[in-house]
Each structure stands twice: as structure tokens, then as C-alpha cells.
Design a binder for this molecule. Structure first.
Ligand SMILES: Cc1cc2nc3c(=O)[nH]c(=O)nc-3n(C[C@H](O)[C@H](O)[C@H](O)COP(=O)(O)OP(=O)(O)OC[C@H]3O[C@@H](n4cnc5c(N)ncnc54)[C@H](O)[C@@H]3O)c2cc1C
Length: 402
């Protein structure tokens, strides 16, 4: 035992049944959260989560753990703000220490256009329930003394926005807290169980083919992260999703003094400090669509160069670990949640590089949809049919990685 371990996760493992009311494909944050909210808010417990690998083995265990709601469009601000609020109460609710920590988030602007964007962001955030304020270079230096405001002479910091609610939480703990909470109430979670096909009755999905045999279900939810294109194809659906790798890395220990999460909108990188003191750094997606989990030296080199430009102390640290996830990128950089037009088959996808923060609200809303059959108002704008109906929710500037 050490400071990062408390009590053991309490879990009951079951043999897969032949039928469940609800089958959720994917034991990442969104699948587990949906199961958790189905069980805790709606008493729906005849639920199986099928995970081909291990719980949180996908992006939900590979991300940089940033939680925020400083988005650029009203629909997104409201939705992510709900998720931020749920994160703040998740520890008390699950009785698990998810290491949630409020840090405050700084988005730095280096051009007049970026300053205008951050002023607008602060206004739209405030109008729709998220707390964000425009900050001057002087205020930025007070919040984060480590920043070189001259940007190495090439990228001077001329303003920014500050989002006090910005926080982080330990990703694997979030996954396991939700898994345990669902499992305690009767949800079955099957690891090493891959879905290989969908059972269909005419146009309706009636269950799944798995490596453990067929399982029928009234409702099937796809929550498979970057693998949704393959999964949806099994139901005859072609989704507007491209899968891109996203890399991140950590340095060795730095004294525990770096408080905020810092991101640069022009230099395209972001940094926070983990509880162990590592500096955790992420940036943009790999340009080439791919399912590859390979990490590359080029990413480390270019991202470190940009990070050091603003945070010179980083040059004295060493890179300890680097890893990659594969992200389900939607064309408008907003998620896709809800019905698919195929009876019995729902999706939660398009979480791209921004879906960790959405885990509680995404699960809450998808659970309500599954339990009631009615699309809840907060996620109605994020439906798949927005692409056919010319109602896309363009919010590229809020991805934090573009
Ligand atoms: C490097 C990196 C940094 C990121 N940083 C942030 C961040 O700071 N903040 C933020 O909000 N978001 C961030 N994200 C994005 C975030 O991690 C994802 O959007 C989110 O975790 C998606 O959750 P999910 O449950 O949809 O998918 P996943 O967590 O990927 O879970 C999907 C699961 O489905 C399983 N699966 C796939 N196919 C099958 C099948 N056929 N049968 C059974 N199971 C299957 C997979 O094994 C996987 O475990 C980051 C992502 C990466 C890669």
C-alpha cells in the first residue's frame, strides 16, 4: 500500500448470460458511465458491459485527464459544464478517491485573433453557466510564474482566458470507480470479451456476437472509442468519423509547485503536473488517420520544442514515458450521442481528443435515453442526424489540440 492505493476494488465476476436488457460494447469511460447511471439513476441492472481488452484499456486510460467546460458554443458549454459538476461530486458519490483536483486552466493567446477568440470564449462561457474570464499577461504571470511571457521572443503571450473550474482526475480510478459502482448494483462486466458481429432481425439489432458466444439484448450501445467505424459497419451504418492517433508523454519528477493546466492555442500543446510531480504534456492528433498505437520521436521533438518556448524550466527535465490512443474524430469536433436510425442500436462516439471530461455527463444522458427511450434535451443537438440535416456543431477551436 502507498499514498496512491487505498482499499481494493470490490468486484464480482460472472459468466456471460445469453440475454441482457442492455448490452454495452466497450468498457471505457463512456460505456462504464452509462452502465453506472443506468443502475444508480434508473434501477436498470440487467446490463452487460463487454470489453475486448481490460477496463480502461482504451483512451479512457490513456488520456491527459483534463476536465473543463470552456467550450465555444452554447450546446457544448452547457453539456460539459454538467460533466464538470458531476466530476466534482463523483468522489463522494462513488466513495472512491479519484484524485480529482481543481487546478484552474489557462489558455494563452499569442495573436490579436486569438485574443478576440478568448474574449469571446469568456463571454459565451459566462452566459451559459461556465466560469471563464479574460486575463492579461500580468494576471497570467501571477497564476503561473513559470511562463516566459516573451514566448522565447517568437510567441509573446498577449492575453488569454482563465477557467478556474479546470481540473484533473486520475483516469484509471475514474474507470474503476464507475465499474465498481455499476457492478455492485448488479451490472455484469466481461473483460476479454470482444464483439465480433451484431445479431439482426431484419433492420433491428437484437444482440451481439462475441468471442464468448451470442448474447441477445433489447438495446445495444456502441461505446468503443476509436473503433466505432468497424462496429457501426456491422449494423450497416457509415459514420462521419475518422480515427487518428493522439500521443502524450510525461517527464521525470519536478517539484510540486506547478499548479494550473496551461495550454497554448497557437503553439498547440498543453501541460499539467501529475500528483507524482511528472509534467504531463499533450498536443495535436497525428495528421494521418490510422489505428496505430505507435509513438514517434518526431512528436516528442516538436511538442517539447513548443512547450519549452513558453515554459523554459521543462528543458531541464527528462522524458520518462510516451504513449498513444486512437481517437474517433467527428468532422465538427463535437460528440455524436443517441439513436442511429437502426432500431435497438445506439451510439456514443465522436469523443475524439476531448471525451474524458465528458464521461459522467455522457453516461448520465445516454442512460436516460436508454431507460426512457426519449432523447434528453441536453444531448438532442449532438444526434447523428445533424450531419444529414445541416445542423453541425462546429467547435474546432475548443478541442484544445487544434
Ligand atoms: C493521449 C490522449 C490524451 C487525451 N487527453 C484528454 C484530456 O485531457 N481530456 C479529455 O477530456 N479527453 C482526452 N482524451 C480523449 C479521451 O480519452 C476519450 O475521448 C475518451 O476516453 C473516450 O472514451 P470512450 O469510452 O468513448 O472510449 P475508450 O476509452 O477508448 O473505450 C472504448 C473501449 O472499447 C473497447 N472495444 C473496442 N472495440 C471493441 C469490440 N469490438 N468489442 C468489445 N470492446 C471493444 C476498447 O478496448 C476500449 O476499451 C485524450 C485521448 C488520448 C488518446
Amino acid at each position: 500500500m502507498n499514498e496512491f492505493m487505498e482499499k481494493k476494488v470490490q468486484f464480482k465476476w460472472h459468466e456471460p448470460k445469453k440475454h441482457y436488457d442492455v448490452v454495452i460494447i466497450g468498457g471505457g469511460g463512456h460505456g462504464l458511465s452509462t452502465a453506472y447511471f443506468l443502475a444508480t439513476r434508473h434501477g436498470v441492472t440487467d446490463v452487460a458491459v463487454l470489453e475486448r481488452s481490460y477496463i480502461g484499456g482504451g483512451n479512457s486510460g490513456r488520456n491527459t485527464t483534463v476536465i473543463r467546460s470552456n467550450y465555444g458554443i452554447p450546446e457544448a458549454v452547457r453539456f460539459y459544464q454538467r460533466s464538470v459538476e458531476l466530476y466534482y461530486q463523483l468522489e463522494a458519490e462513488t466513495e472512491r478517491w479519484i484524485m480529482h483536483k481543481q487546478k484552474g486552466l489557462l489558455w494563452l493567446a499569442h495573436t490579436e485573433a486569438a485574443v478576440r477568440a478568448e474574449v469571446a470564449r469568456a463571454e459565451i462561457n459566462t452566459a451559459f453557466g461556465a466560469d471563464t474570464e479574460y486575463v492579461t499577461p500580468k494576471q497570467i504571470k501571477e497564476i503561473c510564474p513559470e511562463i516566459d511571457l516573451s514566448g522565447g521572443g517568437a510567441w509573446p503571450v498577449i492575453g488569454g482566458s482563465y477557467h478556474p473550474a479546470g481540473s484533473t482526475a486520475r483516469h484509471d480510478r475514474v474507470n474503476w470507480a464507475l465499474a465498481e459502482g455499476a457492478n455492485r448494483r448488479g451490472v455484469h462486466i466481461h473483460q476479454r470479451t470482444a464483439v465480433t458481429g451484431l445479431l439482426m432481425d431484419g433492420d433491428r439489432v437484437t444482440g451481439v456476437e462475441t468471442t464468448a458466444g451470442p448474447i441477445s439484448a433489447k438495446v445495444v450501445l456502441s461505446a468503443v472509442g476509436g473503433h466505432v467505424t468497424t462496429l457501426a459497419k456491422m449494423a450497416g451504418l457509415r459514420l462521419p468519423i475518422r480515427t487518428h492517433p493522439l500521443q502524450a508523454y510525461v517527464t521525470n519528477h519536478y517539484e510540486l509547485t506547478f499548479n494550473p493546466i496551461v495550454a497554448s492555442t497557437s503553439l498547440l500543446f498543453y501541460v499539467s503536473q501529475t500528483a507524482r510531480g511528472e509534467m504531463l504534456i499533450g498536443a495535436e492528433i497525428d495528421r494521418q488517420p490510422s489505428y496505430s498505437y505507435n509513438s514517434g520521436h518526431h512528436f516528442l521533438q516538436s511538442c517539447s520544442f513548443r512547450a519549452i518556448t513558453l515554459l523554459p524550466f521543462l528543458r531541464n527535465l527528462r522524458i520518462l514515458r510516451q504513449w498513444t490512443g486512437v481517437c474517433d474524430m467527428s468532422p465538427d469536433y463535437s460528440p455524436i450521442m443517441g439513436k442511429t436510425g437502426v432500431e435497438g442500436f445506439y451510439i456514443t462516439t465522436g469523443w475524439g481528443t476531448w471525451g474524458f471530461k465528458a464521461i459522467p455527463a455522457g453516461g448520465e444522458q445516454m442512460a436516460q435515453l436508454i431507460a426512457t427511450g426519449q432523447t434528453p434535451e441536453p444531448i438532442a443537438p449532438f444526434s447523428l442526424d445533424r450531419f444529414a440535416n445541416d445542423r453541425t456543431l462546429a467547435d474546432r477551436g475548443s478541442a484544445g489540440t487544434h
